[in-house]
Design a protein around this ligand. Sequence first.
Ligand code: ATP
Ligand code: ZN
Length: 210
Amino acid sequence: MIRLAIQKSGRLSEDSLNLIRECGISFVNSSLKLKTEATNFPLEILFLRDDDIPGYVADGVADIGIVGENVLVEEGKQELQVQKLGFSQCRLSIAVPKNTVYDDISGLEGKNIATSYPNLLQAYLSGEGVQAHIHTISGSVEIAPSIGLADAICDIVSSGSTLISNGLREVQTVFRSEAVLIAHPKLTEVKRQILNQLLFRIDAVRKAQK
Ligand code: ATP
Ligand code: ZN
């Protein structure tokens, strides 16, 4: 039996569960339960906060998991990545209030930037040779400029409508992300074989979708 960690409730949840179902794996899913067992495949599913998934897989509490690359790389656990999954595509972008004069990245020098992704942002700014003050906040990042907490934000964007409704303009893409399958680096031989079966099915599902 292999243990898979997926997001309990959020933007990854439905597509993660759909992928498992499309692999022909059946299970009873109760929103109240923290885990469930598949009925026709040696798989147990754990439902967790997405931020906790890389850590659980690194520790081996879960054998495999599905998480956004943004969270995986922010937590410095990219070595766990096995396979991109093609859904939950989004980008981590820097945005400024729409009337701010902004020509290029050097305009962020010395500015206050609010984000939930300090490591990804710092790596990007360092690569661009820009020094800014990064303020780490855990949620509602997009309101930071309007309450005077920051000059700019760095947050996850998909359509861009949340930025627009908060009077912000996207100026720089920091990181592109999609959902990825991750695995504990030292799985037992039996679990490795189950993972390979699952990867084979995922591959078939993805080819059929193209
Ligand atoms: P949790 O309660 O599990 O911590 P969360 O609020 O941190 O959830 P969600 O907003 O559900 O997380 O997003 C989970 C992941 O979905 C993101 O890390 C990202 O990879 C992906 N994603 C795709 N599109 C979007 C979007 N428009 N906004 C935010 N995240 C998105
Ligand atoms: Zn989260």
